[in-house]
Ligand binder design. Structure first.
Ligand SMILES: Nc1ncnc2c1ncn2[C@@H]1O[C@H](COP(=O)(O)OP(=O)(O)OP(=O)(O)O)[C@@H](O)[C@H]1O
Length: 301
């Protein structure tokens, strides 16, 4: 469990995190979603004691991270995958980390296996690809077998196989009852990984809700319709308030403001033949953009 209450962080005049309050629960994957500069990384750094709040508190399992007796066993964090000496091997990096935290070398072997790095464990980290570096960062986060995992952009630089692997790993860890927090600026990634999403914009909480709810909040549902009598159906649909149609040729249009069921009902009443009636899934990014439009720090004119 991670709890923030009135959490704020300023860097000089810049307010990076502004009076955040949230609770991140165990047993599910929670995502921090937000555009660049929204305050995701800062909040994560505050959580693991890499920075001090200007005001407010953030606790992990009821106490501040810096007060933890065995920090690696309490929280595993991936915050900057580049912070590894390039001349070291993956194994020696993890062994050193394990040794300073009283963790056995057997556990090093386990996490190397778990993250798919066993075959390259003795190679210099300096020669690692971005994806291998990410895996090593995740291996380090898992080393202490922690109940809480905090991962900043964990799929950054991973190929599709790697992305899938991270998703499955995080779901598995949450399934074991752990608290899993990840950040991403990609709604599509969140939609496939997270159960619950906290959307940040300009250092504030813009939304804090189950992913399903965020997706449906994103605006009017859109439905693609194809019919040999598209014009007659369109005319009837436009009788309802708030309906908009975008025609695509003579037989097809996209409707917003009505559900597929409502359109089907009108078609049945008119006896109009339907060749297609399908909700358009693109509203994922729309949902996100609608939430964060006002919150983007730097916007193209
Ligand atoms: N050490 C620092 N000194 C000054 N400003 C900072 C510092 N760290 C972060 N900021 C500023 O605080 C704001 C929030 O940054 P943060 O890195 O937390 O955002 P983010 O949501 O993680 O973005 P990104 O997706 O780009 O990593 C930004 O405007 C950033 O420039």
């Amino acid at each position: 469990m991670i709890e923030a209450r009135g959490l704020s962080k300023r860097y000089g005049q810049k307010v990076a995190v502004d009076d955040l309050s949230f609770t991140i629960r165990p047993g599910q994957v929670t995502g921090f979603l937000g555009p660049n500069g929204a305050g995701k990384s800062t909040t994560m750094r505050l959580t693991v004691g890499l920075d001090r709040p200007s005001a407010g508190t953030v606790t992990v399992n009821g106490h501040r991270y810096r007060d933890a007796a065995a920090p690696l066993s309490e929280v595993g964090a991936l915050l900057d995958a580049k912070g590894v000496h390039p001349g070291r091997s993956a194994r020696s990096h993890l062994s050193a980390l394990a040794a300073t935290h009283g963790i056995s070398d057997r556990r090093v072997h386990e996490v190397l296996e778990q993250t798919g790095l066993a075959a390259v464990a003795n190679k210099r980290v300096g020669g690692f690809s971005l994806g291998m570096g990410q895996r090593l960062g995740i291996a380090a986060a898992l080393l202490g077998d922690p109940q809480v995992l905090i991962l900043d952009e964990p799929v950054n630089g991973l190929d599709p196989d790697g992305v899938l692997w991270v998703r499955r790993l995080l779901r598995h860890l949450a399934g074991e009852g752990r608290t899993v927090l990840l950040s991403s600026h990609l709604m599509s990634e969140m939609a496939q990984t997270a159960d619950h999403v906290i959307v940040l914009g300009r250092g504030r909480v813009v939304a804090d809700a189950p992913i399903a709810e965020i997706l449906t909040r994103g605006g009017a549902e859109r439905v693609a319709v194809r019919s040999p009598e598209a014009a007659r159906l369109a005319a009837a649909l436009l009788d309802a308030d708030g309906v908009e149609l975008e025609p695509e040729g003579d037989e097809r249009f996209t409707a917003s403001g009505l559900s597929a069921a409502e359109i089907g009902r009108v078609a049945a009443r008119l006896g109009v033949e339907l060749h297609e009636l399908s909700p358009v899934a693109s509203s994922l990014e729309d949902a996100y953009l609608a939430l964060t439009r006002e919150q983007v720090e730097y916007q193209a004119a």
